[in-house]
Design a protein around this ligand. Structure first.
Ligand code: ATP
Ligand code: MG
Length: 374
């Protein structure tokens, strides 16, 4: 396809002879440029893949390393709308957000080009296979939690219109060469506003981070991100995944286990055994902030700006106000609400009719009527 346009309603000629065009904020790459940067999308350059597509490491001709995300899901949007979103995303700049450098739209190919983060994702460094794990000490973990909180607070409260990330999880926290965190994939879900299949894939991939009201009712607000961020803090403190395994004697999700430990006055039991030196008071503070974020009652969760202050120990909070966590339990065999494709993690508690059912969490419950595909 030879029409490439960039925002502002102005159509420009597609790049010729593999040259790329620089626009206001985003570079428009030709597919050939990206193909040669990634050695024809060679498997050895593959960094990973998720609900949106596959990510490759690439090196541009000027030697700059990039992460090239080849989008797999069909977008319902036209080119202009797509580029408008890209423009919007690339305008959002913060030290704790992954920078979108450019994109490519040619034929059915839609590719995003991001700055490359040397130390991969938090999922790989903290929760990945042992060979890939990195010994993150307590001060690095503090910096990762606070940096991520700042990035999210920026998305939620400093830009207009604000952005709800929708997919805060360890694989979307990238680490630069000094292990500073940068949130990736913000704004991406907006490129696929009506693609239910895509969202289904993404939700399945993000199991464990979903606020119950989002997973079950499709209620998507900043508070759903804040829930996910709370789960992330627990993972960072414990070195354990909330979605991949069960913990404690009763094989519970991390969010259930931490509540039990709190009731038993053993919060520090959750700490990552790899952490040998740590200030117990600060660890406890972080766990408590996480508990505030994962409360089932979404209106009780603090805003991200407040979370930043809480983590920095700049505000007092009353622990007695803490209410039980929301727990979204999953069942591997249940089919999705359309009934035809298996959705990893559909809740067994959800009925297919309109009968109200109760999803138990720990001493709290959420009444739901029907799971709506989003
Ligand atoms: N900018 C980047 N720099 C370095 N590595 C990256 C970058 N972006 C992504 N990656 C790597 O690519 C992997 C796949 O990313 P991708 O976003 O496709 O999947 P995901 O984060 O697991 O799922 P989702 O599609 O829900 O975001 C990440 O886990 C990370 O290891
Ligand atoms: Mg991602």
């Amino acid at each position: 396809m030879h029409l490439c346009c960039f925002g502002y309603g102005k159509a420009v000629q597609s790049p010729r002879h593999e040259k790329d065009i620089t626009t206001n904020n985003v570079r428009l790459f030709s597919y050939n440029i990206l193909r040669s940067a990634t050695r024809n999308f060679h498997p050895s350059n593959k960094l990973g893949g998720g609900g949106f597509g596959v990510v490759y490491r690439g090196i541009l001709r000027d030697g700059i390393q990039v992460a090239v995300k080849s989008l797999s899901a069909e977008s319902e949007q036209g080119i202009r709308e797509f580029l408008t979103e890209i423009d919007m995303i690339s305008n959002v700049r913060h030290p704790n957000l992954v920078k979108l450098i450019g994109c490519c739209i040619e034929g059915s190919n839609r590719v995003l080009v991001y700055e490359y983060l040397e130390n991969n994702s938090l999922a790989s460094a903290l929760l990945g296979p042992w060979s890939r794990r990195v010994d993150l000490d307590w001060s690095q973990r503090v910096a990762i939690c606070i940096g991520t909180a700042q990035g999210l607070a920026f998305l939620h409260e400093d830009i207009n219109p604000h952005i709800v990330h929708r997919d805060i999880k360890a694989s979307n926290i990238l680490l630069d060469r000094d292990f500073n965190p940068k949130i990736g994939d913000f704004g991406l879900a907006k490129l696929f506003p009506d693609n239910v299949t895509h969202v289904t894939t993404r939700v399945a991939g993000s199991m464990g981070y979903l606020a119950p009201e989002y997973a079950l009712l499709g209620q998507l607000t900043k508070k759903a991100d804040i829930y996910s961020f709370g789960v992330l803090i627990l993972e960072i403190v414990s070195g354990r995944s909330n979605s991949k395994s069960a913990w404690g004697e009763d094989l519970m999700l991390l969010v259930e286990w931490i509540w039990k430990l709190r009731e038993e006055g053993r919060l520090l039991d959750i700490l990552d055994p790899e952490l040998v030196e740590f200030p117990a008071n600060e660890v406890l503070l972080f766990i408590k902030v996480a508990l505030f974020c994962i409360q089932a009652a979404s209106n009780q969760r603090p805003s991200m700006k407040r979370v930043v202050k809480m983590l920095r120990n700049e505000v007092n909070f009353n622990e007695k106000l803490l209410t039980p966590p929301g727990v979204y339990k999953v069942h591997p065999t249940v089919k999705d609400s359309a009934g035809d494709s298996p959705l990893e993690g559909s809740p067994p508690e959800v009925h297919k009719d309109d009968t109200p059912v109760t999803v138990p969490s720990i001493s709290t419950s959420i009444n739901i009527f029907k799971m709506q595909p989003r």
